[in-house]
Design a protein around this ligand. Sequence first.
Ligand code: ADE
Length: 237
Amino acid sequence: MRVDVVTIFPEYLAPLELSLIGKARATGILDVAVHDLRTWTSDVHRTVDDTPYGGGPGMVMRPEPWGEALDELGPGHLIVPSPAGVRFTQPLAHALAGEPRLIFACGRYEGIDQRVLDHAAERMPVTEVSLGDYVLFGGEVAVLVVLEAVVRLLPGVLGNADSLIEESHADGLLEAPVYTKPAQWRDLPVPEVLRSGDHGRIARWRRDQSLLRTARRRPDLLPALPPQALDRHDRAA
Ligand code: ADE
C-alpha cells in the first residue's frame, strides 16, 4: 500500500517510523511519504490560510496549495480527517486496507476550502472521516489513528492473524476481558472457567462476557448487529 500524507506539521507524523507501522514500512508492505503542504505554495510568505467567506471565527485553508499537491500526488482514495466526517469504524478500516493508494489531507484551523474536496471528487474517491464527537486541533493525530487501524489489517503485518478474529469490533461486539499468569494476583483469582480446560465452556463464557460488556458499555452497538449475529444461546444470555 502506498500512503501520502500532506500536512503543515510533518514532524507530527514522526511516530510513523516506530513499532509495527515502522516494521510494515521496513518490510515493503507499506510505503509512506509525508509532505509539507507549504512545498506547494508560491508566495514569499508561503501562505496556506485566509479568512472565511461569510465571516466567522478562525481561518480556512486556501485551495491553491491543496490543488497543486493533489494534482501531483493523486489519484488515490483521499481521506480528509474532520469532525464533520463520517465516523471511523472497523468496517471502514477494512475497506481502506483494500485500497492500493491512500492520500491523507490534514486540515488545520477551521478546515480546508470545500472546493478542494469537490474538485478532487471528480477524479478520485474522497472520504471525510471523524474519529469521534470531539474536536482536535487538526487532522494529524487522526491520520496516525486511521493508519494504525488500517496497517495492522494488511496481510503480513500482524504475526498472529488469529488476533484479528477475536478482537473487539471484529464481530460488532466488545471483546471479553483477558487474563494471564499468575492464576492468583493479590486477592484476585483468574475466573475458574478459564482454567478449566473446557473449551466449550470457555467459548460460552467469553461470548456472554462480550454480550454483557457491549450491553453495559456500548448499548448503541446492539441494534446494529445483523440478526444472524446472535444465536439461540445468546438470546438466553
Ligand atoms: N480533526 C479535528 N477534529 C477531528 C476529529 N474528531 N476527527 C478527525 N479529524 C479531526
